[in-house]
Structures are given as structure tokens and as C-alpha cells.
Design a binder for this molecule. Structure first.
Ligand code: AMP
Ligand code: MN
Ligand code: MN
Length: 350
């Protein structure tokens, strides 16, 4: 299916995102995915816990197409307190979401998005383990392929690029709803087209999406330019205790937010997603870390590097995953112990 984007000479714009010579996903894998979907009456979709724009956007975009094909679709993510993060509530298609309790225990066909491990699926990890067929659509280099079929391209800037491929290959066409979901994934994971992952293919995909009539200004405002007032107070506390250390790999800047800090200002965990982007600004630091205590009392650790250090290697060693410059993991230790272990692993890769 060709989207309706043409250049000034009237030629169709290039549409083969994720399909070029450098795409590591073999045609046979895409064919197998189409076959599995063709056979299934019901398709169960999932993305990683506390979803970001790429996870939820990729999943909902594919959900729209599957629904238009007449499939029964359930889509979810395995958070204990199931709620779409406020900043993603503008995404269309949320009527297709069900809480983890209502998810099929052993799906015939399950497709998971933007998740590098079973653990990233949270409560739905068990359902994934029980699924007859498990298709993994992802772009994390640390993803070893934990399903029965992998659609993994570690070069892709966002899972949304692979989701777009799946939309076309299923015969879907980009409408504004699907484009909104995919665009949310693309802008989230490229930091609004600022990160080094922003290739020509990323901009070409953006052009196809924007051509459907998206209000990119409104999407940007929803994603980045609003917060509840309590966020400012929590941010103030986190910045008050931000620390700059001289680590093995150059500067290490870090801070933390407890659930008590959040409760004092009625702030949900998901509102902390952008905090790392403020902390990592420090010029003196090669590596930035933010420890965020979730509602269960575990620490969700966000890490970033300026490029010299591979934080994914550090986070994988600590049980997590991610990308060279952006990775994370979960810690059950105290703040001090978590940082001690982090420094220890950092030393090994520096
Ligand atoms: P974040 O800091 O939450 O924005 O995440 C940065 C990157 O690390 C993303 O690509 C995440 O998918 C990955 N990541 C974050 N937390 C975890 C975790 N607990 N396990 C595996 N990967 C993670
Ligand atoms: Mn993600
Ligand atoms: Mn992603």
C-alpha cells in the first residue's frame, strides 16, 4: 500500500522505511507475521509498562489497522495501576485498551511493542509466556528476541518505524488517527528530531505522517509543554539535591525523586518522564542518572550518556536494557546502594 505522498514532480515519495538494504528484518519474517495475523481471529497487543509515546503509539496504530481488517483486538500494558499516562491521553484509539485483568491468559497471537524483555511487559509477561505465537516488534539493541518471531531493527529510531511498515504490509492506509499514533512514537524517541537517530528515513516518515493533516503543534504541546503545577514543586526538590561527581568516565550528574515527594504534590509517577532531560543538560557530565521511586516502592532508573559511555551496557549488567545513549533498569535497593552498584558497573565500561 502506497501512502498518498508525492514529490513536486508527482512521483510517490520513498516509502520503504525499515525496508532498505540496511534493514535486518528478513522478508520471510514480515511474511510470517502477515501469515500469523491472517490466521488469527483475535490479536492481543501489548507494550511496555508505563508506556511512552513510542510504546503506546506503535501499539495503537497497529490496533487500528487490525480492527479495520475485522480482527478482534485487545491492547494493554502490564501496570499494576492501569492508567494511560496523562501526556498520552490525546492519542486516539484508547477504546481498544483493556486492563491487564481483562487480557487473554494465553493469547493465540500476541504482538508486543517497544519491549526488550519479558520483564518490560510487567503483569503481561505471564500472558506473553503463555501465548501460542509471540511477535516482538522492537528497536532496542539489547533485545535478544524473546518471542516466536522477531521484527527487530536496532537501527530504527523508533518502534513506530516498524509499526508503520506493519501498517502498510497489512494493507492499511495512513489516516490521521494512525498517523497521530505513529508520530507520537517518532517524535518521542527522536527527542523531536534532535537525536543522532534522526536519519533521512525519519524525516521521510514524518513527511508522510504530517501529510495526513496532523496538528504537530498540538501534539508537541501535549507531549512536552504542559504539566500539573505539582511537577514544578517536585522538580524543584529534585534539582535542589542534584549531585555532580567526578566519575571514571567524566562527570556523573544524578538525582532522585521518592514516592513521598510525589505524594506531597499529588504527582503520578508517569509525570517524571521528562526529568532526565533536564538533569542531563549539565555540560560537566558525560552520564546522567535519575532514580524515580514508583508506587510499589521500586526504583526506576533512567540513564543517559553524551555518547562516550554505553549506558545500555551498564543497564543490561544491572538487569535492564535500552540504547547506547539512553537506557534504564529497575532497582530494589536504597538510593545509596543503587548508586554504588551503578558506579561499579560504570567503571567496568569506562
Ligand atoms: P527511560 O529512561 O525510561 O526514558 O528509558 C530509556 C531507555 O531505556 C528506553 O529505551 C527504555 O526502553 C529502556 N528502559 C528503561 N527502563 C528499563 C528497564 N527497567 N528494563 C529495560 N529497559 C529499560
Ligand atoms: Mn519506550
Ligand atoms: Mn522506543
Amino acid at each position: 500500500m502506497t501512502p498518498d505522498v508525492r514529490d513536486r514532480a508527482g512521483r510517490p515519495a520513498r516509502v520503504e522505511a525499515g525496508q532498505g538494504d540496511d534493514c535486518p528484518i528478513p522478508a520471510t519474517s514480515w511474511d510470517r507475521a502477515l501469515h500469523l495475523i491472517g490466521q488469527a481471529d483475535e490479536v492481543a497487543l501489548a507494550c511496555h509498562v508505563t508506556p511512552d509515546g513510542d510504546a503506546l503509539g506503535s501499539m495503537l496504530a497497529v490496533a487500528f489497522v487490525l480492527r479495520s481488517m475485522g480482527k478482534r483486538v485487545v491492547a494493554s500494558f502490564g501496570d499494576r495501576q492501569f492508567a494511560v499516562p496523562r501526556l498520552l491521553r490525546f492519542l486516539p484509539g484508547q477504546d481498544m485498551l483493556v486492563p491487564p485483568e481483562a487480557y487473554p491468559a494465553a493469547p493465540e497471537l500476541m504482538i508486543v511493542f517497544d519491549s526488550s524483555t519479558f520483564e518490560r511487559l510487567g503483569l503481561l509477561g505471564t500472558n506473553a509466556a503463555m501465548a501460542r505465537e509471540l511477535v516482538v516488534v522492537d528497536h532496542h539493541p539489547s533485545n535478544a528476541g524473546f518471542g516466536t518471531l522477531s521484527l527487530i531493527d536496532a537501527q530504527a529510531a523508533a518502534t513506530a518505524m516498524l509499526a508503520e511498515q506493519l501498517v502498510y504490509r497489512l494493507g492499511g492506509r495512513l489516516d490521521r488517527d494512525i498517523a497521530t499514533c505513529l508520530y507520537a512514537g517518532l517524535v518521542t524517541d527522536t527527542g523531536s528530531f534532535r537525536y543522532s537517530s534522526t536519519t533521512p528515513a525519519v524525516h521521510q516518515m514524518a513527511a508522510r505522517l504530517v501529510a495526513t493533516g496532523l496538528r504537530t503543534d498540538e501534539i508537541a504541546r501535549e507531549l512536552w509543554d504542559r504539566s500539573p503545577f505539582g511537577y514544578l514543586k517536585v522538580l524543584a526538590g529534585a534539582l535542589e539535591r542534584v549531585t555532580l561527581e567526578h566519575g571514571p568516565a567524566g562527570g556523573l550528574v544524578w538525582t532522585y525523586v521518592t514516592r513521598v515527594d510525589r505524594a506531597a504534590h499529588g504527582l503520578p509517577y508517569s509525570e517524571l518522564e521528562g526529568l532526565i532531560d533536564i538533569v542531563r543538560r549539565a555540560d560537566e557530565a558525560e552520564v546522567a542518572v535519575v532514580l524515580k521511586e514508583d508506587d510499589q516502592g521500586d526504583w526506576q532508573v533512567s540513564t543517559r550518556s553524551k555518547g562516550t559511555v554505553d549506558v545500555a551496557a551498564v543497564c543490561v549488567a544491572l538487569g535492564g536494557g535500552g540504547h547506547h545513549k539512553a537506557a534504564g533498569y529497575t532497582s530494589h535497593d536504597t538510593v545509596e546502594e543503587t548508586m554504588a552498584k551503578f558506579r561499579h558497573e560504570l567503571r567496568k565500561v569506562s
